[in-house]
Design a protein around this ligand. Structure first.
Ligand code: 5AD
Ligand code: SF4
Length: 473
């Protein structure tokens, strides 16, 4: 048994990162067993689940949608805000019930919640029916944990380490059209509200040639789009011996000629001119940047440990808008950080007015145990925070809609991803600027980039029709 430790998880040393190959031991003991996997949280977790599915697939297991009939139940959890925890604990109620009826079912809990000390304590004391707890650093060992799982026993294997890089992972990808590609793991920024540096370890970049090789293979398989993933993609390369930065990686990936390249998430602090120029230079790097600001108040930004001021953010934002034709920029904003006054909040509204973001994810501050912000004095009542969130969302949605309306009567390239769930005569996809479009078009367009005439604009989506004659690229 190895339980997590937040103090250990906080440490950062000069120890070199170990680059290892994923080594799965084949066994047919679990072949034919049915597994149910539920994923919470961000793209990183979605992609980790593709690794989990790859491992289970390798062992001959089969996915099912119905948890009640599963032999193995796996939850890949998220820890970013308290409501993510609540959802998982709510779900555990149902699982406990299944275990009562069928004690032979194996239950495994992985992801960011497993990396939290107090959560594992709670599992040990209140959820003894969970068989396996594994963390974010040892997903590649899941097959072994399942094969060694003893009925009625609990195995907790969570490592609070800086982390390694595992290569040659056998992903079972959810899509045949778009693919996630990890480029850097972990985070060293330690923003004071954020649990991620503790749950995901230190910043570790994959080697550039490995990433390019993966993208080339995806292109060969017919993938249209890759999204380069990292908690902070623009920190890419700083820990490598090779002298490369994110801009070099962008260029190298662009030269594979895969049709579309995206990347998330970017920190405003070290986004260089060279990166902006690379995005502007290559047609296959999409003009879309997610650039979390978190707050518009310099005082709060400092308390958050964000390393930039409102003015510096604005300057960067303007530079991107000037140099990258047609760029769309979205952001993340937290309201109700400890000590946020009405005037701090108005500074946030101010920056929303001046940047007019294409979209924003907005959150109420959620104290994460073990982070500095969780200990800061917080006198603002929840109702007031909710009211701030409502006021903020009203402005954010106004500008999303305004930006969407600018596309009315314009023709835009859309990568079609699937059939619309609501209306079988329609398909849906994303513009180069990452806007969701529902299109009147046949399902033969799925997997293709087509020119779409925008006919209607709402806050969160666009409607369109195929431009005649249909141009398919
Ligand atoms: N409370 C609220 N929001 C948070 N985020 C990260 N940590 C917290 C927290 N403790 C938000 C940030 C980040 C996004 C992924 O989640 O805005 O950019
Ligand atoms: Fe969290 Fe800040 Fe790292 Fe983003 S950059 S993951 S907000 S610590």
């Amino acid at each position: 048994m190895n339980v997590p430790n937040l103090k250990e998880a906080r440490k950062r040393s000069d120890k070199p990162v170990l680059y290892k190959e994923e080594q799965l031991l084949y066994s047919n003991e679990l072949a034919g067993k049915k597994y149910f996997l539920r994923t919470y949280g961000c793209q990183m977790n979605e992609h980790d689940s593709e690794e989990i599915k790859g491992i289970l697939d390798f062992l001959g297991m089969e996915p099912i949608e119905d948890m009640e009939s599963a032999d193995v139940i796996i939850l890949n959890t998220c820890a970013i805000r308290e409501n993510a925890h609540d959802k998982v604990f709510g779900y555990l109620g149902r699982i406990k019930h299944i275990k009562k009826e069928r004690p032979e079912v194996i239950v495994a809990l992985g992801g960011c919640m497993s990396q939290e000390e107090h959560i594992v304590e709670e599992i040990l004391t209140r959820h003894p029916y969970i068989n396996i707890v594994f963390g974010t650093h040892n997903i590649h060992e899941l097959g072994n944990y399942l094969l060694n799982c003893l009925p009625g026993k609990q195995d907790i294997e969570v490592y609070s380490i800086e982390g390694d890089v595992i290569e040659n992972v056998r992903y079972k990808r959810d899509s045949k059209i778009t693919a996630w590609v990890n480029i850097i793991y972990g985070c060293d920024k330690f923003c004071t509200y954020c649990i991620v540096p503790y749950t995901r370890g230190k910043e570790r970049s994959r080697k550039l040639d490995q990433i390019v090789k993966e993208v080339e293979a995806l292109k060969q398989e017919g993938y249209q789009e890759v999204t380069l993933l990292g908690q902070n993609v623009n920190a890419y390369g700083h820990d490598l011996d090779e002298n490369v930065e994110f801009a070099d990686l962008l260029e190298a990936v662009a030269k594979t000629n895969i049709p579309r390249i995206r990347f998330v998430t970017s920190h405003p602090w070290n986004f260089t001119d060279k990166m902006i120029d690379a995005i502007a230079k290559y047609d296959n790097i999409m003009p879309y940047i997610h650039l979390p600001i978190q707050s518009g108040s310099d005082r709060i930004l400092k308390l958050m440990g964000r390393r930039y001021t409102k003015e510096e953010y604005k300057e960067l934002y303007q530079k991107m808008k000037e140099r990258i034709p047609n760029v769309a920029i979205t952001t993340d904003i937290i309201v109700g950080f400890p000590g946020e006054t009405e005037s701090d909040f108005e500074s946030t509204l101010d920056i929303v007015e001046s940047c007019q973001f294409d979209g924003a994810f907005t959150f109420i501050f959620s104290p994460r145990e073990g982070t500095p912000a969780a200990k800061m004095q917080d006198d603002t009542p929840l109702e007031e925070k909710e009211e701030r969130l409502r006021r903020l969302n009203e402005r954010v949605n106004y500008y999303s809609r305004l930006n969407n309306e600018k596309l009315l009567e314009h023709t835009v390239p859309v990568l079609i991803l699937g059939q619309s769930e609501k209306d079988a005569s329609k398909v849906y996809g994303y513009t180069d600027t990452m806007k969701l479009v529902n299109v009147e078009a046949p399902k033969e367009t799925i997997g293709k980039i087509i020119d779409v005439l925008i006919t209607d604009a709402k806050s969160f989506s666009l409607d369109g029709k195929v431009k005649e004659p249909m141009k398919v690229s």
